[in-house]
Structure formats: C-alpha cells, structure tokens
Write a protein that binds this ligand. Sequence first.
Ligand code: PGA
Length: 250
Amino acid sequence: MLAERPLVAGNWKMNKLIAEATDFVRELLALAPDFEAVDAVVFPPFTALAATGEALAGSRLGLGGQTMCDNVSGAFTGEISPLMLLDCGAHWVILGHSERRAYNGETDAAINRKVHTALRLGITPIVAVGESAEDHAAGRTHDHVVRQTTAAFEGLTADDVARCVVAYEPIWAIGTGLSDSPPAANRVMEQIRASVAGLEQTRILYGGSVKPENIGAFVAQPHIDGALVGGASLSAQSFYDLMVNARAQE
Ligand code: PGA
C-alpha cells in the first residue's frame, strides 16, 4: 500500500431500505471502528442517502453516491445532481461502475464529464475500471483498463487527477466469489498507476469478491490502497471486519 491509510468503500448497489441503511450505521458505529487507521465510506441507494447522511453525521464514516449526473440542474428526468449528493452530506461518488456501463449505457466520454463536474464541486470520484472475462482470457486486460483510465481523466491536470481514487474491478470477479489473485491485481494496478500523470499519488482500490478473509492480502500489495466492496459491505459486522483486516496489514 502506498497510501497513508487504506480506504474501504462499501457499494450497496440496489440494496437496503431506509431503516436498513440507518440500522447499519448505528450498528457499525456501535462496533467503534478505528477511524484513525482506516478511511471508510458507504454508498447507499439514493432513496436512503439523506437518512444515512443524518445517521452518520459527526462520525468519520463517509457517504457517497453510486453515480451522478454531469449537469448540476435542469431537465434531466430521473437523474441525480452532484448538488443533491452534497445536500445529503455525500462527498464521494462512484463513477463508471461496470454495472452502470453495462446496464445504463455509461460511456467513457460521459464518465469523463462526470469526473470534471465532481472535482469542480469538491466531490471525490472513485473511477471504476475493469476488463471482461473475454478480454481477460484474450490477454487484453492492460489495453482495456489503460484505455478506460486515460479516457476517464482526459483534460485534467495531474493535480486534479491526484484528488481522485481509482477502483480496479475485473468484471469477472464482481459478485462471483472468484477474486483476482492479489499479485495479479497488483500488476494491473501498477500499470493503471503508470498510465496517467497524477495517479502515482492517488489511492487505487481493488474490487471484486473482496471479503474480510482476503482484504488483508490485497492491501499488503504495494499498489493496492484499499477495496471497493459490494456483497461483503452489506452487514455492519462484515464491514467492520473489512476495516479491521485492512488496517492489520499496515
Ligand atoms: P462484490 O462487488 O464485492 O460483490 O464482488 C464489488 C463491486 O461491484 O463494487
């Protein structure tokens, strides 16, 4: 790990009603996680964002949106403005998650516009990149992730890029239980880090079937600064265990 502290990011996807989200926060904060040694952020669905923001107010647990619009207001039915994220206390956003790319037609160009907007408004983007099983098998991982990464950060200064976070999530590892091996993920992440000026200073997270049992082995790698976690971030106990085991590798 290059960063001072690991970052554990919990992507709840389309899970949790409002009461479930606020219960999670109460349970997690009652477990008294050591926020001095690890940064942690949760990404609830939009309907639970405001209530989650109220539940975690005053704590060191961060809040983020799972996507956002690249415009700040206007005639964009169904979209969520970055100002609305800030209004709920959310200072983070996941951009370019593979599920958004696959099911919602998010393009590299749209992701790039959103990165620019997020930075302009002081929201930290976690830019997700990753190759399909087919590209992985064909040896195209490097070309694919470097293309996605350079497209996402186009037109930004190295200083702006350094304010972002990247998540490397091989699509074949998401929700499958088949995580990449830590050394293999580290090699790809080293290539991502070298692809755009400014990334040498940013946190790069691994994502794809991360669990409390394997997060330590990922964070022990030199280019892995934390994890973007789906399934294992849904229970407070499991999220707490992720934080503890990420920290243990420092
Ligand atoms: P997973 O999801 O941890 O359930 O594999 C990761 C993600 O999609 O961010």
